[in-house]
Design a protein around this ligand. Structure first.
Ligand SMILES: Nc1nc2c(c(=O)[nH]1)N[C@H]1C(S)=C(S)[C@@H](COP(=O)(O)O)O[C@H]1N2
Ligand SMILES: [Mo]
Length: 446
């Protein structure tokens, strides 16, 4: 069964360890310097009433009393570059690579800067990237999608053909199965960008896979699986159970209102809601209908979970319920005691988020956070939680519960079942330690 998490396969004998030192001190400094100076004095003080309030601080403030050039002069004409760019003051918000994560190539993963993002939608320029063999900007007029295998009418579509078909738009998260993988071993990863940044969420537009499979006349009896194949050199091929393919999978050409970006699979990618990122095959060129799981290299050598008994779990495709506090998070500093908005993201590959609890004392006490709308199935959900920091040490955690009733586990609960030698599918509760000086760092609480 394609989705059976308990199915053991033979151990490959290969053991990937988390590197001892994930980032050099210089790299950590680069990541944490120039971070948002969030909740600087005035706001926090106004809310918590600790010392001078905002109005009093305004007295004699040159930023108020002296009219700046932008108030007196003529601004710039419409942007000449035609495609808008962020403010120059937001230049630090970038996807970043993390040295040491993979040995495949220097630039095979870039992480989304979750600590500086708002709401639930990932801007296209900040969507994480994972390439097994680099990315391409493919000419859409030459790109084809073939549907073959156990079908009555094998079909080949051009992009123009696909874009004439009935289209659907839906919001979903995509998470690499290896997201948070470093935490199995240690807490060397300093920021939420690196612990959880192989995660993004977009509105995808494309054609429902069920539409295409119906057009091809797939074999309703024998056709139990599909194989999705990419056009890049990585031979990226993944099995998806027919049930799921017909349920909510789609072939997408657009994200967040514009055509896909080349690094995210332009002109066509698989969208497999709730399933780990590797099955969201980019530069999608072929879908084959078959009667059994294909057992490709990315389903036997990679993307299997090494268990304590030395066996591998295979086809653990679904991204289980998970959450993380994105601010305050590792590498940031609380600049003042008083009110702070704890905010983060929750998601589940099985449906909607029902509840998120937040603890500020390392899991002894939990209180329910406020979920922002919309709350959609297999989509990120934003939570907020008001907290008054007394200036002392604290440990911040979030714990998500999805609409199946599943509760996000603690790291030691996960390790008790899965051991410590896994890479994939770490959905444990994340802990951020706040030191007396306000510095926030990555810790594990058992
Ligand atoms: N053709 C192809 N599809 C691919 C990959 C790839 O290397 N080649 N990488 C996969 C992996 S492992 C992930 S996590 C997601 C990442 O999608 P993104 O780069 O759009 O974030 O794409 C998947 N689809
Ligand atoms: Mo991935």
């Amino acid at each position: 069964m394609a989705e059976n998490p308990g199915m053991p396969v033979r151990p490959s004998g290969r053991l990937l360890r988390a590197p001892e030192h994930f980032l050099s001190p210089a790299q950590i400094a680069e990541v944490t310097a120039g971070r948002r100076g969030f909740l600087r004095g005035a706001f926090a003080a106004a809310l918590a009433g600790t010392g001078g309030v905002a109005a009093a601080q305004g007295t004699g403030d040159a930023n108020i009393l002296e009219l700046p050039a932008h108030t007196k002069g003529l601004g710039q004409p419409v942007a000449t570059h035609g495609y808008g760019q962020p403010s120059q003051y937001e230049r630090n918000l970038q996807r970043r690579e993390s040295p040491g994560l993979t040995r495949v190539s220097a630039a095979s993963v870039s992480f989304a800067p979750l600590q500086g993002m708002f709401g639930i939608i990932t801007p296209n320029g900040l969507h994480f990237e994972r390439h097994h063999q680099g990315w391409w900007d493919i000419d859409p007029s030459k790109h084809r999608l073939m549907i073959n295998g156990l079908v009555k009418n094998p079909l080949v579509f051009t992009m123009d053909d696909l874009m004439r078909l009935p289209s659907v738009s839906r919001m979903h998260f995509i998470e690499c199965g290896a997201n948070t993988g470093m935490e199995w071993g240690n807490v060397a990863v300093p920021t939420v960008q690196y612990t959880h940044g192989m995660l993004s969420c977009c509105e995808f537009t494309g054609v429902a896979l069920s539409t295409l499979l119906d057009m091809a006349g797939y074999d309703k009896k024998a056709g139990k699986y599909i194989l999705v194949e990419g056009a890049d050199g990585s031979s990226m091929t993944r099995t998806v159970a027919m049930e799921r393919a017909l349920d909510d999978c789609m072939v997408a050409y657009a994200m967040n209102g514009e055509m896909l970006r080349p690094e995210n699979g332009y002109p066509l990618r698989m969208v497999a809601p709730g399933i780990q990122g590797v099955s969201w095959v980019k530069w999608l060129r072929r879908i084959e209908v078959g009667d059994m799981p294909y057992g490709t290299k990315d389903e036997t050598l990679h993307y299997v979970d090494l268990m304590p008994d030395g066996l591998h779990r295979q086809y653990t495709s679904i991204q289980e319920c998970k959450s993380v506090i994105t601010s305050p998070s590792g590498g940031q500093t609380l600049l003042d005691k008083g009110f702070h908005n704890i905010t983060g993201l929750a998601w589940s590959g099985r449906g909607k988020i029902r509840r998120v609890d937040v603890s500020t004392d390392g899991g002894r006490n939990w209180r329910t956070a406020k979920l922002e709308s919309p709350i959609l199935s297999k989509c990120l959900t934003r939570f907020n939680f008001g907290w008054v920091w007394d200036g002392g040490p604290a440990i911040l955690q979030s714990r998500a519960i999805d609409d199946t009733g599943y509760v996000q586990p603690k790291i030691n609960q996960l390790r008790a079942v899965r051991g410590t030698r896994s890479i994939y599918h770490n959905n444990a509760i994340q802990s951020w330690r706040v030191a007396e000086g306000g510095e926030v760092s990555n810790v594990q609480v058992y």
